[in-house]
Write a protein of this length. Structure first.
Length: 276
């Protein structure tokens, strides 16, 4: 089943018309990276302790959808969708606002990502395994916590970290083998699949700033100083996106969620792990 699932994800990315720009000139995403983590991986309990009680464990998601104590075994299937190099290049040239192409990936590309989650969830269900995609569940919610600021009760990036797909960076994004410019998705299933072996020990292993103090490119890319050598100010970042970017580009670009992504482009980790 593991190989079948990977092939099903790849096939959807390669063939779905939703993975193409509105004018059909280019794909939003390249070939995906796929990883697996046990729903009982201790990392998820650590996330809950760090993020807050509102964060739901993989078992919580299965229980909420299929009833209490549905399954004590299963897998979190996670994927990373690397953004098209041509799209990255357009955002690389910007300094204050995201490019229209980047905003379309954030809005329409994320619609594709949600369609992929629904597709894989149904694929597994038809194969006889109860499954749920948290990000398209009615239980998913955004939360503001005094502990961590703006957050949600399921994190795609943290799921990807648990599934061996990458480590975090100074700007809180995830650095993968294909870089930091991407979108993440996941499905939780009762199907037991051998977990992906994580090739790292710490949460910042791939970030040059934390490993050599020789970087900080993402600091210079942020137009509102939401990133410093001490980390990422999510409140300031969120405020800039909502109060300045949205009114400036939403109507022009034809989107409702433009994103920003400036700190994910024109940085050493843009397309690969720095140093590799």
């Amino acid at each position: 089943m593991k190989d079948l699932i990977i092939k099903e994800i790849q096939a959807f990315v390669n063939t779905s018309p939703l993975n193409y720009s509105l004018d059909k000139r280019y794909k939003y995403f390249y070939e995906p990276q796929v990883g697996f983590a046990s729903i009982n991986d201790p990392l998820f309990l650590q996330y809950k302790e760090k993020i807050g009680e509102f964060y739901l464990l993989p078992t919580d998601w299965l229980d909420s959808e299929f009833g209490p104590n549905t399954s004590r075994k299963g897998t979190v299937i996670s994927w990373v969708l690397p953004i098209n190099e041509a799209v990255i290049a357009t955002n690389r040239a910007e300094t204050l606002l995201p490019s229209s192409e980047w905003s379309h990936v954030r809005f329409y590309g994320e619609q594709f990502n949600r369609a992929l989650e629904e597709h894989i969830s149904k694929f597994l269900s038809k194969s006889g395994f109860q499954s749920i995609a948290p990000s398209i569940s009615s239980r998913w919610q955004r939360v503001y916590s005094d502990n961590v600021g703006h957050a949600s009760n399921w994190s795609e990036r943290h799921a990807a970290y648990a599934a061996g797909l990458g480590t975090f960076s100074l700007n809180d994004a995830l650095i993968t083998e294909r870089g930091i410019a991407h979108r993440c998705g996941s499905v939780i299933t009762e199907l037991v699949i051998e977990p992906t072996i994580r090739q790292y020990q710490g949460i910042y292993d791939y970030c040059l700033h934390y490993n050599s103090q020789k970087c900080g490119a993402c600091i210079n890319r942020c137009p509102v100083d939401a990133i410093t050598k001490d980390g990422h100010n999510k409140d300031l970042c969120f405020s800039y996106s909502r109060t300045q970017i949205k009114p400036a580009v939403n109507e022009i670009y034809g989107v409702t969620t433009p994103g920003c992504g400036l700190c994910q482009t024109r940085v050493p980790c843009e397309r690969h792990i720095p140093g590799k």
